[in-house]
Design a protein around this ligand. Structure first.
Ligand code: DX5
Ligand code: ZN
Length: 230
């Protein structure tokens, strides 16, 4: 079980301190949301921020590109210190080439899908990725409520993974707090991005630990998994 606080919900005037805070809180990954003002109606930050934060922590940098032209950003983010690069399946025909490019940069490959996008759209690509990022809000802003209608998609992804013997992570992102993280874990998620519900806590270490314990306890036993796929 991986807990990944999202920097988007941290204090934008203190990225370095907030990164150290997440690191001290024993978060597994730091999730970095890159928004271009075109793919989503918001702008966040670019590779330079990743570059200056990189020496501050050993946490994996999980970079989520909500961008219309990720092709121009893959190398800059790789050079800046991204450990994972995730692109959106909604970009269409270009996606396969983007996944290969990420792989060729020696970085973990992530593929994201928005709430209205069906699992069928990612199915042909599942053997090419390390992380499937299932958006549980419409991307663009932190602090939105979790969309419960996405839960069956998490179950479908878990069933596909099992049936095909694949090893990609199932990551959820948007509106993740203690109760919604538990719902996602029951459905088969193993990686939890959480912005507002974690960075909003004074005791971040305690919040990370509680979320990790809760999702561990909620994860389906292997026997339940088999039942779910039937
Ligand atoms: C939404 C981003 C999320 C966001 C989650 O577009 O992809 O990573 O930071 O924030 P919360 O947890 O506040 O919904
Ligand atoms: Zn994200």
């Amino acid at each position: 079980m991986i807990i990944a606080p999202s920097l988007l919900a941290s204090n934008f005037g203190r990225f370095a301190d907030e990164t150290r805070r997440a690191s001290k809180a024993r978060a597994d990954w730091l999730h970095l949301d890159i928004m271009d003002g075109h793919f989503v109606p918001n702008i966040s930050f670019g590779p330079e921020v990743v570059r200056v934060l990189r020496p501050l922590t050993k946490m994996k940098f999980d970079v989520h590109l909500m961008c219309s032209r990720p092709e121009i950003l893959l190398e800059p983010f790789a050079k800046a210190g991204a450990d994972h690069l995730t692109v959106h399946v909604e970009l269409g025909d270009r996606v396969t080439a983007l996944l290969w490019k990420i792989r060729s940069l020696g970085i973990k490959v992530g593929l994201a899908l928005n709430p209205p996008t069906a699992i069928a759209n990612v199915r042909p690509l599942l053997d090419k990725i390390d992380i499937l990022l299932i958006m549980t809000v419409n991307p663009g802003f932190g602090g939105q409520p979790f969309i419960h209608e996405v839960l069956p998609k998490i179950q479908q992804a878990a069933a596909c993974r099992r049936e095909r013997g694949l090893g990609f992570r199932i990551e959820v992102d948007g509106g993740i707090n203690l109760p919604t993280a538990v719902e996602c874990a029951r459905a088969g998620a193993d990686t939890f991005v959480s912005g507002t519900a974690l960075f909003g806590q004074r005791q971040l270490g305690r919040a990370v630990r509680k979320m990790r314990e809760a999702v561990r306890a909620a994860a389906p036993a292997p026997a339940d998994c088999a039942a779910l796929s039937r």
